[in-house]
Design a protein around this ligand. Sequence first.
Ligand code: RB5
Length: 164
Amino acid sequence: MLAIGADHGGVHLKEVVIHALQVHHVPFVDVGTNGEESVDYPDFAAKVASGVANGDFDRGILICGTGIGMSIAANKFYGVRAALCHNTYTARMSRAHNDANILVLGERVTGVGVAEEIVNIWLETPFEGGRHARRLSKLHVHENSENQKVAAPGGGHPEENRHE
Ligand code: RB5
C-alpha cells in the first residue's frame, strides 16, 4: 500500500498525482492535507514516513512547495529513503540506485506533466541491488550509530551545544 501526503504548498499537485495513481490502479491512502489552510509539513511527513518506517505502507509520496521540507522531515524516520526528484532521470535513479521508498515533489518547482512522468517512472523502476545494496547497508549503520546522539547531546539543535 502507498501513502500520499502534502502540506498546503503541495495540495494541488497531490490531486494531480492521485489522479495518476487512480488511472494506473495503484492502491493508496491519502493522509491529507486537503485544503489551502496553512499546515506544518513535518506533521504530514510523519503520517507517511512513520507508516513506511513501521511497515504499514510499502512506499510513500510527499509533496510540499519546494519538496525540501518534506525530504528533510521524512528522512528523520528509521529506514526511510526519501528522494526529492525534479525530473525523470532523478526519479529513475532514486529507485535503481537508492531504492527510495518515498518520492518527494515540489509543487512550486515541478510542472504537472513532469510530475506525472516522475511518478510513473518512480513506481515502475526496480532497485538494481548489487553494489547499491552494499551502500544502503552502510546507511543503516549510520542510522544505528551512536553519532546520532553525540551530534546533539541535549537533544536540541547541534549549534546550541557548541561552546567555542
Ligand atoms: C510552505 O509555505 C512551504 O514552506 C512548504 O510547502 C515547503 O516548501 C517547505 O519546505
